[in-house]
Design a protein around this ligand. Sequence first.
Ligand SMILES: *Cc1c(COP(=O)(O)O)cnc(C)c1O
Length: 389
Amino acid sequence: MKTSKRMDLIPPYLFAELDKKKALALAKGVDVINLGIGDPDMPTPDHIIKVMQKAVANPETHNYPPYEGTKSFREAVATFYKNRFNVELDPEKEVLSLIGSKEGLAHVHLAYVDPGDYVLVPDPAYPVYKVATCFADGKNFIMPLLEENNFLPDLSKIPDEVANKSKLMFLNYPNNPTGAVATLEFFEEAVHYAKKHDILICHDLAYSEMAYDNYKAPSFLEVPNSKDVCIEFNSLSKTYNMTGWRIGMAVGNAEAVQTLGRLKNNIDSGVFKAVQYAGIEALLGSQDNISKMNELYKKRRDIMTNGLNKLGWDIKPIQATFYMWIPVPEGSNSKDFSTLLLETCGIIVPPGIGYGEYGDKYFRIALTAPEERIRLALQRMEENNIKFK
Ligand SMILES: *Cc1c(COP(=O)(O)O)cnc(C)c1O
């Protein structure tokens, strides 16, 4: 059967070659160190699991949930936003449950993008933003994230005729894959820009709680009047080690939140109520595990940062996320360098090109491996004379 043209729009899977080489190395018995996994390696906190266990046994959770999320989950999201960001949300109109934030980030295009409309997407970025534009027959306009701009897009580089035909702009701070953070001043500039050109900003805040050295990531909605132009996507996945549970939320502009809800009513039937009970416990129960996790990631960050700097890199410690975005040595590119790391050291890292063309001089390290594995990776790099310069 001939597949739809849409399927041809999915970009080639850039990690396929690396996956093959990894399988080969594993088959040869190489002790592979995987620094590529963007998924917390620690379990969901016990208090959340206990609430889930009880909720699963309760027949009240077994039928279809309300499409938009249970009232109590939406209220918990509003309370969390008030406590954490001092942002007021109306749980009736400005909060929607998602089956993980990826789901919402992929569906919002279908609600807003007509054939030929532009979507402003950062590059490098989480690949979903771009692919979903193609599914909606829209056009991506790339906003390069460059180191010299602290990995923030330069909005003045977007031609006015593109901006005026743009429906959505995707932003993600703290950022995957660069680990960069944004200031409220940049968010203010983005609000001003979005109002001028009638664009809905889709802010991805998946890493809001993963931060170090007293840094606290802002919500986009902290900016005055941002609710006029912004829908924010948030998730329990990374904050509470709940990636497998599939629960997230869209908050902000009431019309956008409800429009996305109306689209989703015709696609899915919401989040299992037991998972929503667990989500309420995550958002409103003890937050102690967050600082424990951040301590753990910070130790790994420091070992990796110091270790790479001893090998000739000049890397500053990241303030947020568990990603380090590291330049490849001069003369190399991301694919060649990832291959070299695997073949000489048995280390897996995704090449930056997997996140967009502006990623080709970088590779990404995820701090989701234990300290001793990070030390071993650095030792192998030293032994194999892999240096930045
Ligand atoms: C992990 C991640 C998400 C989404 O996760 P869900 O599990 O679908 O909530 C969204 N955006 C970015 C940038 C991520 O890295």
